[in-house]
Design a protein around this ligand. Sequence first.
Ligand SMILES: [Zn+2]
Ligand SMILES: [Zn+2]
Length: 227
Amino acid sequence: MLTMVGYCWLCHQNLYFAYHGICHVCHQKLKRLQNVCPRCAQPSESKGISCGRCLRHPPPWQQLIAITDYAPPLSQLIHRYKYQNTPQLATALARLFLLHWLQGYREGRWHKPDSILGIPPHRKKRWQRGFDHIALMAHPLSRWLQCPYQPDLLQRSRATLAQRGLSAAQRKTNLKHAFLLQGDFIDKHVAIFDDVITTGTTLHEASQLLIRAGARSVQAWAICRTL
Ligand SMILES: [Zn+2]
Ligand SMILES: [Zn+2]
């Protein structure tokens, strides 16, 4: 049998299963999003139902599913993954999301989608990074959930500026007609995966395309949600 020594990416202890990437203790310690609106994942008092903002202006997606706030330790792992050339972190991050998603699935909080799409990375950034950080996480997720990942169906139609550092209004203009969608989505339940959801403008743009193309529901998936 092939044995492989692995260490937890967070506490550096030996792992029983190297492929887990994160140990049980660190996994348990993650501070999950609590008391948030299921639709926008922003703090909300109304338990389990959409917050006032979402009732007044319903976003084009039905659920926003993220493990934690964009804060340590996951924010540091994502930073290391994306900016310090550590594609090996993809499976560990994807697995954290899988466990989080499965828990809600078992509790009947959401359904299994028909397909998974990813927010396509900027071409230039992808080239600089040397890997597609969304695809590397979405592939194992798709395998584990037995749900097809179809990255070619949602593409960037033109080079947009990176959203970081732009104001909300600038983000909106920047993303207008930024994506091209193809394929048949009529009556489909679709999940869109991103690493971090900040203002949700990118997600909004992509989800709206899906709904206009006839999708029945959209689940927004992310490792972290900026609060
Ligand atoms: Zn650990
Ligand atoms: Zn809400």
